[in-house]
Design a protein. Structure first.
Length: 196
């Protein structure tokens, strides 16, 4: 029987240490339950705000949501291929390059230098361009690529950038609802079940 999706399942995950990987994580438990966290325009609006893109008067269109999901799926395909040592599909690479060609968001400091806002002539294409550029740097420069990992929980599959000194992190997170914490709880219960 399929597990029901809870409100906690739909929360955005910002724990990968790289914004573009957090964007990819807007589908949770990929290949298992495929929890869609960008199901509506309101979800996309919330993600834009949660990602730190403080923009005013966002007006989103259905094609913005479709474009965001399409780019996210292309990123997953390319990242999966690159991490596995395979050559990515040419059409996917082309789609990423096209997204990155659009003008990115422009940051602007507020008066007093204490706040940052983002500006664009066309908002969502600029956000997607900013994310595509981050992705291209991650994959193309390869300086951090050996630190990109997939969570060890077989149902999670979230990619994250391991910033630990020893480069030995295996879970997407170990606190709260993180997979490491859940694994520790399961191990604790299993140990106590055997000793009882």
């Amino acid at each position: 029987m399929a597990r029901k999706i809870s409100a906690g399942d739909l929360e955005f995950r910002f724990r990968s240490n790289r914004l573009v990987l957090d964007f990819i994580a807007t589908v949770g438990e990929r290949g298992h339950r495929d929890i869609e966290r960008l199901g509506t325009l309101d979800d996309l609006d919330r993600w834009i705000e949660a990602a730190g893109f403080a923009v005013k008067d966002i007006v989103l269109k259905d094609e913005d949501l479709a474009d965001a999901k399409a780019l996210r799926d292309v990123m997953v395909h390319v990242l999966s291929d690159v991490v596995a040592g395979r050559t990515p599909d040419r059409a996917d690479v082309h789609a990423l390059n096209q997204a990155a060609k659009r003008p990115p968001l422009r940051p602007e400091l507020g008066e007093g230098g204490a706040s940052l806002t983002w500006h664009a002539d066309v908002l969502v294409p600029s956000i997607l361009s900013t994310l595509a550029r981050d992705f291209l740097q991650l994959v193309g420069e390869r300086t951090d690529l050996d630190r990109v990992k997939r969570c060890a929980d077989p149902t999670c599959n979230m990619y994250f950038l391991d910033l630990s000194r020893a480069n030995n992190r295996i879970w997407c997170a170990t606190d709260g609802r993180g997979c490491g914490n859940k694994a520790k709880k399961r191990a604790f219960v299993a140990r106590h079940r055997h000793t009882s």
